[in-house]
Design a protein around this ligand. Sequence first.
Ligand code: FNR
Length: 351
Amino acid sequence: MSRSERKWDHIRFALENGQDRSSAFENIKFIHQSLPNINVLDVRLDHSIGELYLSSPIFINAMTGGGGEKTYRINKELAMVAKYSGLAMAVGSQMAALKDKTQKYTYEIVRKENPDGVLIANLGSEATPDEAKAAIDMIEANAIQIHLNVIQELTMPEGDRDFTGALKRIEEIVKNVEVPVVVKEVGFGMSMETVRTLKSVGVTVVDVGGSGGTNFAEIENRRREKSLSFFTDWGIPTPISIIEASSVSNDISIIGSGGFSNGIEMVKGLAVGADAIGIAGYFLRILVDQGVDSLMGEIETLHKEMIMIMTALGAKTIADLKRIPLIITGETCQWLNQRGIDTRTFAQRTI
Ligand code: FNR
């Protein structure tokens, strides 16, 4: 199967499979505040991730490109939405265009549509610094994501089997490119050990890509004759992964992603440590099923929901959210306590 056929399979199966539902967000509960002392007009959603200024904490996460006309169209429409809604946007892996120059246009369109927007390049951890620079140049990117997708590759019939040297290559990319490097997972989550190791080679931004949303083990299993079903419920649920990652150091910016589809989950993700929230599958489905205008409308709704929830909590900024008290219950609490994270610090903090 060609690379571009595979790209289309991923979109098709992601749309057909839908998203997993993780109960982990239900394990996080805000404490109601009757005197929030705040005007809804004072709530601000803008925030910075290191040197990247974002006018919204929501961004469109990496999905596509490199699969000819259909992926060109999706990237064009996502870029139109990103521009209109003021969202940053990542493209899908650009290796397809580095290997086959005729595919470059399927990525370049995002910069054409959104000349002043925040755009993020994307490659896997097999990339060299020169490839990373070429991907950045291709869309004049403001940052680059390097994705880690061991479980997806193992489940993919034609996937990689050798995962040695990834950390060294990431270190070389961090040293050699001039934009921030975001190391990301694709739906299996990042542990505190992984984040600590990435920090040791100079990485300052991670996207935890937790489980609970698009499930690439399930997608790849649909492309196999004999399913590796044990990988379908593999992974670290998104809120747990955000908390593990943010326990490592205050010097790392955390992006929460994996399964977000409403304002309350996003505010919970930010409150437990994320600096921004990436959304892939949920936005793709709205775009493909209902079109550009509906996706723009949904993003407006999400922004409004977030402002309402932040008002109720008395949080004027994303930074304030990280200080509001919340309770962590159930399996999420058990997991975190066993991992040495004291959940009472979340329950007893004050804004
Ligand atoms: C993805 N994702 C992805 N990630 C990446 O780093 N490079 C890529 O090329 C792709 N390709 C891709 C295609 C499609 C169709 C989907 C739906 C997703 C993964 C994506 O960025 C994200 O990490 C996961 O999908 C989890 O987030 P959601 O979908 O649960 O919001």
